[in-house]
Design a protein around this ligand. Structure first.
Ligand code: SAM
Length: 394
């Protein structure tokens, strides 16, 4: 049995997709449409996309969409918001829809074809494990889906991860607000959280400029709401000697994790400076200029044959992890190294450090092999995974 069949919520959405695809009604008990009433004119869009609209607002009006943007719609259903966004971002932009119900994804793909839009793609998957790269989208939208998620922290962490620095969030959702006694008009809002809870979770995920604004009451202490946030701009620049205290603190946090390095203590600046290549040291800084991560290359050998081979290190402040900063730093380090003629960057990563392995593999590193019991950390033999990235320029 697949996930949709075993999950009663997804089974209901699969049924709704089938009914909408068969010209059937996907309506409230009084026969009125669910989601499409939140939009203006929809006559020129595929009828099945309009019929199966199950949202509680119009995130394409909430989000600030521009020509050329890459957009991700979490829980895209029959694809209405994806199609509307695709028109807004134009042929230089692109819109992904992601939904856990296979029937919804199939219906959305048919709707995308019928609308004749070449800049959309519908992915089958869950919103707590988005199948897109770090820092790969400009805007995340979602319409009445996050309320259904059991692990909202995981969803917000994924949103932050896939957003580019400066990226925006525009969500319509149901929240718990006030104490009106009317009967609820929806039965899918058991997971609704308060304004304060929603805001705290978004901030915890690393988003800023958070606003959670209740709109219309829908009974049972529930409200539709408009949610906006942005991902702070992280800049990457060359490391300066004055950055060392912050760099060392982040290094020490890596040491304390027990899964970042064999080193037991951070070195003094002079030792670190001597062992790293002067032209290949970067820091990532947040919106107010604080160092939140660093990356550097060190030589692997002083033999002439290895002049284009270096070993890399990437460390991110634990309070800023899972936000794509490691990827940003690594990509900048790779580009700079290739510009300087390096043909191989290599690294050894503890197999327990899944996040680092993922970031490196996404950046084009391949696993060369596992070095078993290669060294001891705190008296315990540890393996490392040896990875390398060959430059395509040579
Ligand atoms: C209320 S409908 C909203 C659909 C669409 N956003 C709209 O406005 O019509 C919720 C949608 O979220 C999807 N969904 C529910 N839980 C999900 C999850 N964990 N990951 C991805 N999609 C999910 C369902 O399959 C369904 O299509």
């Amino acid at each position: 049995m697949n996930a949709e069949r075993s999950d009663p919520t997804l089974a209901r959405y699969a049924d709704a997709a089938r009914r909408a695809g068969d010209d059937g009604c996907v309506c409230a008990a009084d026969g009125s449409p669910f989601g499409s009433r939140h939009y203006g004119e929809l006559d020129d869009l595929p009828a099945a996309a309009v019929r199966v609209s199950l949202g509680c607002g119009n995130p394409t009006a909430v989000a600030d969409l521009h020509e050329g943007d890459t957009v991700l719609d979490l829980g895209s259903g029959g694809g209405l918001d994806v199609l509307l966004s695709a028109r807004r971002v134009g042929s230089t932009g692109f819109v992904y829809g992601l939904d856990a119900t296979a029937e919804m994804v199939e219906l959305a793909r048919r709707n995308g074809k019928e609308a004749g839009l070449g800049n959309v793609e519908f992915l089958h998957g869950t919103i707590d494990r988005v199948p897109l790269d770090d820092a790969s989208v400009d805007v995340v939208i979602s319409n009445c889906v996050i309320v259904l998620a059991t692990d909202k922290d995981a969803v917000f962490a994924e949103m932050t991860r896939v957003l580019r620095p400066g990226g925006r969030v525009g969500i319509s959702d149901i929240i718990r607000h006030g104490d009106d006694e009317d009967a609820p008009t929806v039965d899918c809002a058991a997971g609704a959280i308060t304004v304060a809870g929603y805001s705290a979770m978004l901030r915890r995920a690393g988003l800023t400029d958070v606003s959670v604004q209740p709109t219309d009451a829908i009974g049972g202490g529930l409200h539709n709401a408009i949610i906006r946030a942005t991902k702070a701009v992280v800049a990457v620049r060359a490391m300066e000697p004055g950055d060392w205290p912050a760099v060392r603190t982040i290094y020490e946090a890596g040491i304390a994790s027990g899964n970042a390095t064999f080193e037991a203590t951070a070195p003094a600046w002079d030792d670190w400076d001597r062992s790293h290549l002067a032209d290949h040291r970067l820091v990532a800084t947040d919106a107010v200029g604080r160092v939140v991560g660093w990356a550097a290359l060190s030589p692997v050998s002083d033999r002439c044959a290895y002049v284009g081979v270096a070993e890399n290190s990437v460390y991110v402040d634990p309070a800023h992890q899972r936000r794509g900063i490691g990827s940003l730093l690594l990509q900048a380090l790779i580009t700079q190294a290739e510009d300087a003629g390096f043909w191989t960057i290599q690294t050894g990563i503890f197999p327990e450090n899944i996040a680092s392995l993922t970031v490196h593999q996404r950046a084009g590193f391949r696993v060369v092999g596992r070095r078993e019991r290669i060294g001891q950390l705190a008296g315990v033999w540890r393996d490392t995974i040896f990875l390398e990235r060959r430059s395509h320029r040579l």
